[in-house]
Each structure stands twice: as C-alpha cells, then as structure tokens.
Design a protein around this ligand. Structure first.
Ligand SMILES: *[C@@H]1O[C@H](CO)[C@@H](O)[C@H](O)[C@H]1NC(C)=O
Ligand SMILES: *[C@@H]1O[C@H](CO)[C@@H](O)[C@H](O)[C@H]1NC(C)=O
Ligand SMILES: *[C@@H]1O[C@H](CO)[C@@H](O)[C@H](O)[C@H]1NC(C)=O
Ligand SMILES: *[C@@H]1O[C@H](CO)[C@@H](O)[C@H](O)[C@H]1NC(C)=O
Ligand SMILES: *[C@@H]1O[C@H](CO)[C@@H](O)[C@H](O)[C@H]1NC(C)=O
Ligand SMILES: *[C@@H]1O[C@H](CO)[C@@H](O)[C@H](O)[C@H]1NC(C)=O
Ligand SMILES: *[C@@H]1O[C@H](CO)[C@@H](O)[C@H](O)[C@H]1NC(C)=O
Length: 485
C-alpha cells in the first residue's frame, strides 16, 4: 500500500467517523493515533536515504542479514552454552553432557537449583556449575504459576551476567540434550550475530505445538539467541515475567522474544524428541539438514541395540567427532541386479530393502516410535511417516553403526552390522533376491566435504560379496536422479 492510499483511507475514515455518535471521542483519539503514525512514518522515510522506500525495505533487510558484517567467521569460541537442569534430574545425566562437552574449549555453564553431591560433580569434563538465583525472594514469586520454569528461563539472564568476552551467541538447552557443536557453529556462522536472531525448532508432536505454540523454539531441543537479543532480554525479561506469570519456561522465552519483535528462524536440526520408545526410524530418515541436537535421550530407548543410553550416545559421538556435517545425512542408492534399495543414515544405520523403493518413500521415517502424548489421535507428528510393517517387500534389513576408520587421507569408511535376523521370507516381487546373508555394510565417504546446501549426496553399490555390501558416497552429478531407471 502506498502512503497516498493510506492517507486516503485515513481521510475516508475521518469523514465516516466525524458525524458524531457515542464513540466520537474514541474515534477522534484513534484518528490522532493514526495521524501520528502517518506523520512519524513520513518523518522517518524522509530521514532515510531515498533507496529505502517501503517497497525496498525487505530487500534491504535481506542484504544486511546476508553477511555485510566483516567480523571474522564465527567459531566455537564465540558461543556460550547455557545448560539448565535441576538437582532432581541431574543425577545420572552427567554422562550425556560429558559426551559432547569439550573441556577447556567450549564455553558455558550448567545451571542447577543447588549444589549436587560429590559423585555428580564433573569439574573438568562439564561446564562450570552455577546455582541459580533464589527467585523465592522476588515480589512476583507468589503469582508465578510454574516457579521452577521461571528459574529455567531466568538462566539466560544469569548466563549473560557472567560477562563473558567476545560472545556472539547463547545456546540454551536442557541437561538431557546432546548438542552437536560443529554443526551448530556451521549454522550460526550463516547468520549475522550483530542482529536480533532466535533460532530454534518446533516439537515433532503436533499436540505439543498446539499446547505451546507452533512458532516457538522448544527448550529441550535447544535454541540460539544472538548476543544483542540476549542484551535486550536481560533488560526486559523481568518485566515480561510480570506480564506473563502463568507461562512455561520456553514458552515464556518465546513470548518475550516475540514482544521484542523477533520471530523464530526455524532450524530442522534441533530435535525436541517428543517421542517415545524406539526412535531408530526417525534417526534413519533425518531431514536433509545438519543435526544440531537430540533431546529426551533419557526417555527414549537407547538408540543403538544392546547398549545402554549413555553408551549409545558416546557411540554416536564417534562418527560425530570425525565428520559431523555428514552425521545422520541420508544417502540412497539402488543395486540394479538384485533390485535392492539401500538407505544410509551416515554414522547411524543402513537399511537394505529387497525392492526398488523410491526416495520419496525412504525419506519418511518408519514409525518405530510412539507419540509423546498417549492416546493421541492421527495426525500425531509434524512429518509424514511409514508404518512399521512385517512385509518382506517393505521391511528393511537393519544394520547399525559399528566403527569408523580412515581408509586413507581422503576417505573414511564406516561399518554397519546387522542387529538381528529379519525373520521374513524374501520379497517375491520381481527378482526375489534375499538379503538375509548380508551381515555387514561398509560405506566409504569423502573426508569432510562440506555438504552442498539443499542437495543430498549420491552413492553406488561398489561390491557385494557373500556377506558384505560396500557402498561409496560421492557428490551427485549434474541433474543426476536418485532412482532406478
Ligand atoms: C575464533 O575466532 C577468533 C576471532 O574472533 C580468533 O581469534 C580465534 O583464533 C578463533 N578460534 C579458532 C579455534 O579458530
Ligand atoms: C583443562 O584445564 C585445566 C586447568 O587449566 C587442566 O588442569 C586440565 O587438565 C585441562 N583439561 C583438559 C582436558 O585439557
Ligand atoms: C565433597 O567434597 C568436598 C570438597 O572436596 C568435601 O569437603 C566434602 O566433605 C565432600 N562431601 C561428601 C559428602 O563427601
Ligand atoms: C552403561 O554401560 C556402561 C558400560 O558398560 C557402564 O559403565 C554404565 O554404568 C552403564 N550405565 C548405566 C546407566 O547403566
Ligand atoms: C524391482 O522392484 C520394484 C518395486 O517393488 C518392482 O516393481 C519391479 O518389478 C522390480 N524389478 C525387477 C526387475 O525385479
Ligand atoms: C523366491 O525364492 C525362494 C527361495 O529363495 C523360493 O522358495 C520362492 O519360490 C521364490 N519365489 C519366486 C516367486 O520365485
Ligand atoms: C564374511 O565372509 C567372509 C568369507 O567369505 C568371512 O571371512 C567373514 O568372517 C565373514 N564376515 C562376517 C562378518 O561374517
């Protein structure tokens, strides 16, 4: 809408409203407000440079967030992690934090509501422990609906008040969240840290988003706030708590950020994991985006068979420590002679199907998990799923990550072994080739090639011995399709 049209609208409203009536006073004051808006708008646009007229404003914002900033690239040293737990939950979660924390390299704090016992301390292997401010002394305290969750939200301000130097981002998560720091650095470095940014993700569960908000960054999944946004939060969060004393922590943070005029920048790699039981199906069809976090690892089944929870997280950290950009990225190839489909979730699992299953099907997670909220009705998830069936043509043979080695300086080889026999007859559609004898899959991948944004990689089945399938991952060729043709 041009300014002229807008002024015309004001004039028309003026003539409609003035004839009087009971609402005249209100109408006039509303009009004054409108006029004030119009004049101040005029003022600002005449002050600005001529190329900043309204139609171009969005373009200008796009330029300025696209990295006109000349600071050196963002690295891990620019991030402060704020991990929030409680004495009640922290026991037994030390191993999760230790699995991803980099002592003396990553910066941050673990916030608790009291001093943990000596066995739960980890002076060198965890972030420094800080005890949260006692909010029971606050005047507002009796009005808070979820005091514990306000303590959690307040940790952002407390992390900020530590006064760390040269901080560009604060990343906040729970003590049962595993973070993938290399990927987080990659993602954050694409944003201008001198602007207000709120990076996060929704829950996988539709109902969680309905109860909270589709527009918020779930706290367990973790979210990132740029430094200037945290400066603003440090000034405004207490007022915001007074305005909204009934809100749950991450919801409260979202609402306060929204009141500062900032909306979420969605990141597909933060995972709230509002799911139950076995999330292997979810992790085997990860969206094409770097994995940033995994939450609720103390709730879901261990992610690798025959390992406990902390062992399986440490196990996932082996490939994560070597090439995080490729972790869980799905690569699909087809073996023509046998008519098999092979889906690799790098560093986690390999599926072999005895038929040609198209990519659009393989990218939907197999529903090995249950919804977060019991008795939830369909649709339950924020993504499409495939039912976990017992059909020889639709049920894959499952292999899980075992080890990673470097073949030479340019190539890594990850090995995946069969978890258990499939116990189904071969798929009799087409070629009827059973994969029962395969008990190992080897995947060769190039060393740390930065993955091309928006495009998957391709692979070829390079050999098929009696019991081992070997696959080589490579960049896709121009206009190459991933399909059996
Ligand atoms: C991170 O960036 C800073 C510049 O802001 C630089 O001084 C430092 O050496 C970098 N650290 C690493 C590990 O690259
Ligand atoms: C971290 O630094 C402390 C003190 O400087 C030192 O004692 C400790 O060995 C270091 N830890 C690692 C893993 O480098
Ligand atoms: C815990 O450690 C501290 C300092 O090392 C010591 O003073 C204290 O007695 C220990 N507490 C228990 C219960 O062992
Ligand atoms: C998980 O397994 C490891 C290695 O077997 C063991 O040290 C650890 O205590 C186990 N953790 C739990 C919670 O059982
Ligand atoms: C390969 O699998 C597809 C999908 O199940 C099937 O339709 C097709 O007939 C099979 N092709 C051959 C040559 O076996
Ligand atoms: C498929 O192979 C199995 C044994 O491998 C055999 O029993 C079955 O008859 C075959 N089916 C077809 C349709 O060829
Ligand atoms: C695969 O077969 C080869 C011989 O063909 C054998 O040496 C090897 O142990 C087998 N591997 C596994 C994992 O069974």
């Amino acid at each position: 809408m041009s300014l002229q049209t807008y002024q015309l609208m004001v004039k028309q409203r003026f003539s409609q409203l003035l004839p009087g009536g009971p609402s005249r006073a209100m109408a006039v004051s509303g009009l004054l407000l409108l006029l004030f808006y119009v004049f101040s708008f005029n003022y600002w646009s005449s002050q600005d440079h001529s190329d900043l007229h309204l139609p171009f404003a969005h373009k200008w914002r796009a330029w300025s967030s696209g990295g006109t900033n000349t600071d050196p690239p963002t690295n891990l040293s620019h991030i402060v992690f704020g991990i929030v737990g409680s004495l009640k939950t922290w026991k037994g979660r030390k191993a999760y934090l230790e699995s991803w924390w980099r002592p003396n390299i990553s910066r941050g704090y673990l916030f608790l509501d009291g001093r943990p016992d000596n066995e739960s301390l980890c002076p060198y292997t965890c972030p420094q422990i800080l005890i949260n401010e006692d909010i029971r002394k606050w005047k507002i305290y009796p009005l808070l609906k979820y005091p514990v969750s306000v303590r959690v939200a307040w940790s952002i301000v407390e992390a900020f008040r530590q006064g760390d130097n040269d901080v560009r981002w604060y990343v906040i998560a729970d003590d049962d969240t595993v973070l993938f720091m290399d990927n987080i650095v990659q993602v954050l470095s694409k944003y201008d840290h001198t602007k207000y940014y709120y990076l996060g993700a929704s829950s996988e569960s539709i109902l969680s988003n309905v109860y909270m908000s589709f527009e918020m960054g779930f706290g367990g999944a973790g979210f990132a706030l740029s430094y200037p946004l945290v400066v603003a939060m440090a000034k405004k969060l207490d007022g915001c708590i007074k305005r909204y004393p009934n809100m749950w922590s991450d919801h409260l943070i979202y609402i306060c950020i929204l009141d500062l005029g900032v909306a979420i920048s969605r990141q597909k790699g933060f995972h709230q994991i509002d799911l139950h039981d076995n999330i292997a199906g979810f992790l085997s069809s990860h969206p094409q985006s770097p994995i940033l976090s995994l939450h609720h690892i103390n709730v879901v089944d261990p992610i690798f068979p025959s390992m406990n929870r902390s062992e399986s997280i440490s196990h996932l950290m082996k490939p994560a420590g070597v090439d995080q950009s490729r972790l869980l990225q799905q690569t699909i190839c087809y073996q023509r002679e046998k008519n098999w489909s092979i889906s690799v979730s790098w560093g986690y699992s390999v599926h072999i199907y005895e038929t040609a299953v198209p990519r659009y099907v393989l990218q939907m997670p197999i529903e090995t998990f249950r919804p977060w909220i019991k008795n939830a009705k369909w649709p339950m998830f924020m993504f499409n799923t495939r039912p976990a069936k017992n059909d020889p043509c639709e049920t894959p043979h499952w292999f899980f990550f075992e080890s990673i080695e470097s073949e030479n300086k340019d190539v890594f080889v990850t090995t995946y072994t069969r978890a258990e026999k499939r116990r189904l007859s071969p798929c009799s559609l087409g070629r009827n080739h059973s994969a029962d004898r395969i008990n190992r899959v080897q995947v060769f991948s190039p060393v740390k090639t930065r993955l091309e944004a928006g495009r998957a990689e391709c692979c070829d089945v390079v050999s098929l011995s009696d019991n081992t399938t070997t696959v080589r991952i490579r960049p896709c060729m121009e206009a190459e399709e991933i399909a059996i043709v």
